[in-house]
Design a protein around this ligand. Structure first.
Ligand code: ARG
Ligand code: ZN
Length: 422
């Protein structure tokens, strides 16, 4: 009994000392590059069995030697995880030492914060504010903006898309843009809002934008996963999937970008409900993916371009992600993403990598972009916006503007190139 007490006191003292040494007790984001198979196994173990969130790669199955792992470690498991890494001589870099402060700040920094000098489009917004913004925008532009209810989420929240139709030429083509498939990627909905605002403001001001909107309508779905997005504001900033509770398991959520009917649930997705890349019970099992798929199916003759906005890692991706095979219009698509990346580099001096998803990041079947391409929307892309890992999903509001401008450049480049073809 005595030894147990001694041990207990010793352990506690040890803990006190360590928290004392490290002044802040904030969560951290670590960048770790394992350099042996043993270290790979330890990292997999840490990411599964300790209270951490793997940012990159998306699932522990893809941790491999000589490839950066980004791991969010909340304050309460910081000490344990750091010790474990030290014990196995695994070196790491602290990318963010104050992750929890940043999270707290970003949640405060919504539209009701009068202290913020930033404009509406330079801030992140709650789901309620986004719904208000959708209504306001439609009211302010009654002749050019229409709200379309494309479906509703598992928790019965509406999925609203805006249709921008700036010019009433007959038989116009269209472009579809969705944001917020993955809940924690806050820059994505921010881009959709910015894009709508920019289109309405710069039609007849900016030449490229005018040309594009003269030739095509644009459908913008700002938040495809409202239940998940809401949850990142109220419960867990790191939530990715939707909020579907799988009966018979304690786990919640389907990865909507693994739920489309494109080599569904093959390698690169998981049929384990607790996985971050859980593919769901069957293709389009989720109301959110089904709603988008139905809408695209019924508009596939007019919709020429499909864009899905994600973060992070600065990539312009094209099909396929669900197979190593090349798309039949591979070279055409490749030219487009290459040109877009070059323009971003020229205007903003920022690097975006580009290419087919499977070869550029990883095999990821069941994605909306591949499915749209297979449906016949031949110009289909997924953008991964800023940054490359410094802040990751916690990209500060001060970076919204820059990230959106870069993505806008890519949208313009691609849309103009598509228009040249038809
Ligand atoms: N990070 C995205 C995801 O994991 C990549 C999407 C690329 N496209 C795809 N069809 N998987 O969903
Ligand atoms: Zn994503």
């Amino acid at each position: 009994m005595a030894t147990v007490w001694v041990l207990f006191i010793f352990l506690n003292f040890d803990l006190l000392l360590k928290t004392g040494q490290c002044a802040e007790t904030s969560g951290q984001v670590l960048s770790i590059t394992p350099n042996s198979q043993e270290q790979v196994e330890i990292l997999k173990n840490v990411s599964i069995h300790y209270q951490t969130v793997l940012w990159q790669p998306v699932s522990s199955d893809y941790i491999k030697e000589q490839t950066q792992v980004h791991l969010y470690v909340p304050a309460n498991s910081s000490q344990t995880v750091n010790d474990l890494l030290h014990r196995h001589s695994i070196t790491y870099e602290v990318m963010l030492s104050n992750a929890d402060e940043i999270i707290e700040m970003q949640m405060r920094n919504d539209s009701t914060d009068p202290r913020s000098g930033a404009t509406f489009y330079q801030r992140y917004h709650t789901l309620e504010d986004i719904y208000d913004w959708i209504n306001r925008t439609a009211k302010d532009y009654p002749n050019t903006v229409k709200v379309i209810l494309v479906g509703s989420s598992h928790e019965k929240r509406p999925l609203y898309a805006l249709k921008l139709s700036l010019n009433n030429r007959p038989n116009k083509k269209a472009m579809w843009i969705d944001c917020g498939i993955h809940a924690r990627e806050w820059i994505s909905p921010a881009f959709c809002l910015f894009f709508v605002h920019y289109s309405l403001l710069f039609y007849n001001q900016n030449q490229a934008m005018t040309q594009i909107l003269d030739n095509m309508d644009v459908y913008v779905l700002p938040v495809m996963n409202p239940d998940g997005y809401k949850y990142t504001w109220t419960n867990d900033r790191m939530w990715r999937k939707n909020r579907f509770p799988k009966k018979g398991t304690p786990c919640i959520g389907v990865d909507l970008n693994r739920n489309f009917d494109a080599n569904w649930c093959t390698r690169g997705a998981s049929d384990y409900p607790c996985s971050e890349i859980y593919c769901g019970a069957f293709p389009e099992s989720e109301p959110e993916s089904q709603a988008v798929a139905n809408f695209l199916r019924s508009h596939k003759d007019s919709i020429q371009i499909y864009l899905s906005i994600h973060s992070y890692s600065q990539m312009l991706l094209m099909p396929y992600s669900c197979t190593m095979d090349e798309a039949e219009n591979h070279s055409e698509l490749y030219e487009m993403v290459k040109q877009a990346a070059e323009n971003i580099r020229r205007y903003y001096r920022n690097i975006y990598t580009y290419g087919p998803g499977a070869k550029t990041i990883y095999l990821a079947p069941g994605g909306s972009d591949d499915w749209a391409h297979m449906l016949g929307i031949k110009y289909s892309f997924t953008f991964e916006l800023q940054d490359r890992g410094r802040y990751g999903f916690l990209l500060p509001p001060s970076h919204i503007q820059g990230a959106c401008n870069e993505a806008l450049t890519a949208v313009k480049t691609i849309a103009l190139k598509v228009m040249e073809k038809s």
